[in-house]
Design a protein around this ligand. Sequence first.
Ligand code: NAD
Ligand code: UDP
Length: 346
Amino acid sequence: YSHFFPKHSFHPCFYSYIWTNQNGGIMKHVIIAGGAGFIGSHLCEYLLHKGDRVICLDNFRTGHPKNVSALTNHPYFKLVEHDITMPYMIKGIDEIYNLACPASPIHYQDSPIETTKTSVIGTLNLLELARENHCRFLQASTSEVYGDPEVHPQPESYWGHVNPNGIRSCYDVGKRCAESLCMDYHRRYGVAVKIIRIFNTYGPRMACDDGRVVSNFILQALQGKDLTIYGNGMQTRSFQYVDDLIQGMERIMSTPDSFTGPVNLGNPEEHTILEFAERILELTGSRSRMVFRPLPADDPKRRNPDITLARQALDWHPRISLREGLQQTIAYYRNLLAESPSQNIS
Ligand code: NAD
Ligand code: UDP
């Protein structure tokens, strides 16, 4: 068989059966850890639609089965409650996407030790699985590895400015360690790792109690509550719509095994938090006021991705404007509030 079929579609544990999808392409067997979270649920949906077989592993710490409820009857989708800090054994996997980790500052600061364990032990367990399966491994790293950056915008070559033991360290140091593990598995065992550094990403299915700025401001605006600006609102962020990120993830998974990244995936359009609040008020038509609250410790002052590498190596750049992405996201939250008006905001 191996003369006729590409190696990666040949699975001895499935009795040498060649898997093709409904689009006539080769069906890949994919694990998405953290697949019941915001980004993970979009990735599950996208890969199933493309014709892959998806196993979603999640401990539902910050994600929820309802995020993938539309997929649970799909014949090629399997949802498994599993904490990646424990090993998971399976054969015949072509690709692993590691998205498992709380991503919102309030959530990871609420369970800092679990967050570090997830990034370090969890990534180690999944890298072992990738090694045993000789499969590709994508690590969802973050712009947080640059800390409170002193270089602006941030290229991948910048080593960052990170507090090693502050309240954000469980997340940003944990993600740095995960990157280090990925590169050591690549150098030592030849695992085809792909590291992406994701910049602030938003879209439908961000949890209402997520606590990040996009869901907070939209929900506050739609409910007529005050928009909570932390600090003076002059800190900046660059916001990427989730569909653009999913395209970037697919592109990097198709690169040769020697291409590991890290690659920044983000939208280089930069906004102050004050400008962003004004944009939300305009697009929702809300008359909410802005109120100022203390700036959390170690909150980065500026953040903007240099995406030169993603443009060159992946022929990728974001295509969805902030206006368009926010309109989609606002519509999602409007529907949610119409169904149950008292959504809690963190
Ligand atoms: P999210 O909190 O919605 O999703 C994370 C998912 O991981 C959740 O479903 C959660 O239950 C699951 N999870 C957490 N710990 C786990 C564990 N030990 N075992 C199994 N599952 C576990 O967050 P998100 O915004 O979808 O982020 C997804 C990934 O992307 C994270 O790794 C995050 O660090 C990374 N990222 C996101 C952004 C962003 O702006 N959204 C930016 C940079 C990086
Ligand atoms: N922020 C804010 N009000 C909120 C939530 C967040 O002003 O209700 C600020 C936060 O202090 C930070 C920026 O918005 O400067 C982005 O915060 P978020 O938690 O979304 O992501 P971060 O980039 O900090 O991980």
